[in-house]
Design a protein around this ligand. Structure first.
Ligand code: C2E
Ligand code: CA
Ligand code: CA
Ligand code: CA
Length: 279
């Protein structure tokens, strides 16, 4: 009973277990966390599979709580979504990522990008596109350097509204990536009418790539269909050189994963970029 249902059924669960009290603790701590800026962004580099160049990085939020220590976004993002606090937190993440990357990008290729995860709740808010515009203006980051990552569930839930939002974002010049692709309702067919630029194949497919031929077949299909639709494909969670070689042969465009680099604070990323040789 970890999931926070709409009707809060866990209140009536006789086993008010450890995970529930932790959820409550996090829920309470979020407000102060946001007020006192206990969050920071780490950045994981992304690579072109053909030439190994760094093509950008993904911003991943971290919460360093004064007493609970590091709390994973896997734990607190869904809670922040439940309470609506993701709106404030998400706005901060977007602004910080744009600001950081405006400084970072002159160390990279001129069209390198920063990818920012966006919750459905944020995207569906009326002021979202305006928030993106503000973040770009404030940071002077060119719009083409920003990629917004969202999961496919949002497309299924409110297709018309989302379709309109995506065209507005396209008009701004920012790019959109569909995150965790393959895990949900995955139909590439409805992507053809949407202003989406990238598909990110979920780590669960990449993990099995070199062991499970069915998984490999699905991955290859996703790549070739995406290319037909003029979408680029990034594989996430690449951990072995066998996986990387497979993806390269399958014509996947880009990759991200522990094989190349873990998410890291901005100063470490600068060091990584300085030491990195694509060859
Ligand atoms: P995601 O967007 O799918 O992010 C990828 C996750 O996979 C990250 O976990 C990253 O650290 C991890 N990862 C990357 N490469 C590898 C690899 O080779 N092996 C393994 N085992 N893991 C790898 P992280 O940072 O813990 O984030 C987890 C999830 O939390 C994200 O999944 C995303 O859904 C959410 N999240 C993180 N930051 C944000 C944010 O700023 N905003 C929102 N709305 N959600 C966020
Ligand atoms: Ca992501
Ligand atoms: Ca993902
Ligand atoms: Ca994922």
């Amino acid at each position: 009973a970890k999931k926070q249902g709409r009707n809060n059924y866990q209140w009536f669960d006789p086993k008010l277990d450890e995970s529930t009290s932790r959820t409550l603790k996090i829920r309470h701590a979020l407000k102060a966390g946001i007020e006192h800026k206990q969050f920071e962004l780490h950045y994981q580099p992304q690579f072109d599979l053909a030439n190994n160049e760094i093509i950008g990085c993904e911003a991943l939020v971290r919460w360093n709580h004064p007493t609970m220590g590091m709390i994973s976004p896997v734990e607190f993002i869904s809670i922040a979504e439940d309470t609506g606090q993701i709106v404030t937190l998400g706005r901060w993440i977007l602004r910080r990522a744009c600001k950081d990357f405006a400084e970072l990008r002159n160390r990279m290729l001129s069209d390198a990008t920063v990818s920012v995860n966006i919750s459905a709740i944020q995207l569906l808010r009326q002021e979202f596109v305006g928030d993106v515009e503000t973040a770009l203006k404030e940071s002077k980051l060119p719009a083409r350097c920003l990629v917004l990552e969202m999961t496919e569930s949002v497309l299924v839930e409110s297709p018309q509204l989302v379709s309109r939002k995506l065209s507005e974002l396209e008009d701004l010049g920012v790019h959109v990536a569909l995150d965790d692709f393959g895990t949900g309702y995955s139909s590439l067919s409805y992507l053809k009418d949407l202003a989406v630029d990238w598909v990110k194949i979920d780590r669960s497919f990449i993990q099995e790539l070199t062991h499970d031929s069915q998984n490999a077949a699905i991955t290859e299909r996703i790549i070739s269909m995406a290319h037909h639709l003029k979408l680029q494909v990034l594989a996430e969670g690449v951990e072995t050189s066998a996986q990387r070689d497979y993806l390269r042969r399958a014509n996947c465009d880009a990759m991200q994963g522990f094989l190349m680099a873990k998410p890291m604070p901005k100063p470490a990323l600068i060091e990584f970029i300085n030491d990195y040789q694509a060859d």
